[in-house]
Design a protein around this ligand. Structure first.
Ligand code: SOE
Length: 383
């Protein structure tokens, strides 16, 4: 057996994202055995000790902490993975960078542009490897879209359209805030669907289609008051339940983005479509192994949308998995991000999106928020 270098992980937060990341760390050694580094699950941290212990037992962490500062202070932790609600990202990341730890931070980078800027400054001062978990980039069909665009097959891009639709908050009796529902509390989350869902769409768009220069947005909060789980009182709801914006990209194309938690019938429908001069591409999270492609160069009698089943060994990441024709799932995007992070340590490269790159997404989010608040177009560089 070859000797591997250990990347000793300290995970902070044991919710849904803690599980997706832990699964990534565990699976990578089976499917990317060639990597020089392999994760070792050293410690998991939760304020509730019983929760941390149960999580450690389920996922194989060697030890537990109940104070994230204690976890960061440990000499046997190389990388800190931040899976807490958004209000803790900045404080933890800045402290972890000062302690010289590598950082993997769950998206969005932070609640505000100010917090994000402080995080970028801290990480760049400490010069530690870092990445933000915008996982959808690493689904094979999405990575294939990037390769097709970069090959020039689409030609000049005219339109970029993206949606992220859910329906889980329509019930007006659903409380806000507290465990499991912190995404509905603006003090903790920073925003509603903008930071939680549209940030994914923006990250992918910036990656596939370049920078966004100016935006015009609307937001709505359909249920204005809800009982807060922590106070037991009915309180004003401050998050955006829905957010739509149009924008201009610096390559001259136009963008249209929509996100809501009020699209009855949709649980997590992330889709995008890109229309170029020669060809178009579209993708749908509910059918994530497929990429649809229309090529105007096809013979006129054969012209039509192709549905590419992205499961072949020469398509992105797929030589790591099963045999051609057999698909993979949501969870694999996290395994790929772990693998790419480990590879970046080996190469001395970065693992995108870095904090600096995710800061660009934050700038767009800020411009969207400002535009919705003022009813005017906003430049992203002014954000
Ligand atoms: C919210 O419901 C959520 O879980 C987001 O927080 C994730 O980032 C997204 O991938 C799926 O939806």
């Amino acid at each position: 057996m070859t000797t591997k270098k250990a990347l000793r992980i300290g995970l902070i937060g044991c919710g849904f994202m803690g599980r997706t990341h832990s699964n990534g760390y565990l699976r990578v050694k089976n499917f990317f055995p060639e990597l020089a580094y392999q994760p070792v699950l050293k410690a998991v941290c939760s304020r509730t000790e019983s929760k941390a212990r149960a999580f450690a037992e389920q996922w194989g962490y060697e030890s537990v902490e109940t104070d994230w500062k204690a976890l960061i202070a440990r000499d046997d932790i190389d990388a800190v993975d931040i899976c807490t609600p958004n209000d803790k990202h900045a404080e933890i990341a800045i402290a972890a960078a000062a302690a010289g730890k590598m950082i993997l931070c769950e998206k969005p980078l932070a609640r505000t542009l100010r917090e994000s800027a402080d995080m970028v400054a801290a990480i760049e001062k400490a010069k530690v490897p870092n990445t933000v978990w915008y996982n959808y980039r690493r689904l094979p069909a999405v990575t294939l879209a990037k390769q097709i665009i970069d090959s020039g097959k689409l030609g000049r891009i005219f339109h970029y359209r993206a949606n992220f639709l859910q329906d889980w908050t329509i019930n007006a009796n659903l409380p806000q805030g507290g465990e499991g529902l912190w995404r509905m509390d603006a003090d903790v989350a920073g925003s509603g669907v903008l930071g939680d869902l549209l940030s994914h769409c923006i990250d992918t768009a910036l990656w596939l289609n370049g920078s966004i220069t100016t935006v015009s947005a609307v937001t709505e909060t359909f249920v204005k008051e809800r009982m807060h789980q922590l106070t037991g009182k009915v309180e004003k709801v401050n998050i955006d339940d829905a957010c739509s914006f149009m924008c201009r990209f610096s390559n001259g194309s136009l963008g249209l983005f929509e996100s809501t938690r009020y699209a009855r019938g949709h649980k997590a429908l992330y889709t995008f479509e890109i229309n170029g001069e020669h060809a178009s591409i579209r993708w749908d999270l509910h059918d994530l192994n497929r990429l649809e492609f229309f090529d105007n160069a096809d013979a006129s009698t054969l012209k039509g949308w192709r549905s590419i089943h992205v499961t072949d060994g020469d398509q992105p990441y797929m030589n790591k998995w099963w045999v051609p024709g057999l698909g993979i799932g949501y969870e694999h995007s996290f395994v790929h991000q772990v693998a790419d992070f480990l590879k970046s340590l080996e190469d001395g490269s970065s693992c995108p999106p870095t904090f600096r790159e995710a800061f660009e997404t934050q700038k767009v989010c800020q411009a969207v928020q400002d535009s919705a608040a003022t009813g005017t177009w906003k430049d992203t560089h002014a954000a």
